[in-house]
Design a protein around this ligand. Structure first.
Ligand SMILES: *Cc1c(COP(=O)(O)O)cnc(C)c1O
Length: 229
């Protein structure tokens, strides 16, 4: 099933690119494998998928150990400051940086290891109380501080839009983040390159791509529903 699912998702990505005259190479598919067993990831890898997104530090570090170095990992879940040390330097990118304090912790740990860690800043565009992240209003103030952290590279923004029946309802949220992304590019902060806009999940990734996503994080459409028990 995973093979068929991946082909289907890739086709939808290609179609969304086609509709908006974008090059599909601009869009990276991150297969979100949280709670899923290694055998399922192996199946995806055998179909050519090499980039996986995980939410929980313990599960992520275990999977990093279990798989060869050719597999790339992205941390997409809420990250506690005391757990930064377990994943720093082991993941290509931390998408879920949602406070200046967390960014500072990543800076400190990266400096200790003398490395530079790519991150995205998470924006709560839907202003949902249940979600972490900066707002479109306070993100520039945060960037002024975070851009001074020389062992961090801010590569862009990430958001998780609300769950909606009709993904069209999220179009304007995606558009507002894209606009903020383009504006931020113009400000030219040090250590900030604004290359990636990580938005779109199973329910809304096609709309997100139409609105400029460069990374989509898709779990359910590839691996099926998650069982948290
Ligand atoms: C679980 C998760 C996803 C994947 O969600 P699906 O609806 O299964 O595609 C994407 N992003 C984040 C931050 C997640 O926690």
């Amino acid at each position: 099933m995973i093979k068929e699912n991946l082909i289907e998702v890739q086709k939808k990505i290609a179609d969304a690119c086609e509709r908006t005259s974008r090059n599909p190479k601009e869009v990276t598919l991150i297969a979100v494998s949280k709670t899923k067993p290694n055998e399922m990831l192996e199946e995806a890898i055998s179909c050519g998928q090499t980039i996986f997104g995980e939410n929980y530090v313990q599960e992520l570090t275990q999977k990093i150990e279990d798989f060869p170095e050719s597999i790339h990992w992205h941390m997409i879940g809420h990250l506690q400051r005391n757990k930064v040390k377990y994943i720093i330097g082991k993941v290509d990118c931390i998408h879920s940086v949602d406070s200046v304090r967390l960014a500072k912790q990543i800076q400190d740990e990266a400096q200790k290891k003398d490395i530079c860690q790519d991150i995205l800043l998470e924006i709560n565009v839907g202003m949902e109380e249940s979600k972490w992240g900066f707002t479109l209003e306070n993100i520039q103030d945060a960037l002024k501080e975070i851009s001074l952290f020389s062992n961090i590279r801010v590569k862009g923004f990430m958001t998780s839009a609300p769950y909606v029946e009709n993904p069209e309802e999220n179009r304007l949220l995606f558009r507002s983040l894209k606009q903020c992304f383009e504006e931020t590019k113009q400000y030219g902060y040090p250590n900030v390159s604004m290359e990636h806009l990580s938005m779109g999940m199973t329910n809304d990734f096609e709309v997100a791509i139409e609105e400029g996503a460069t990374m989509v994080r898709v779990g359910t459409a590839i691996f099926g529903e998650r069982n948290y028990n």
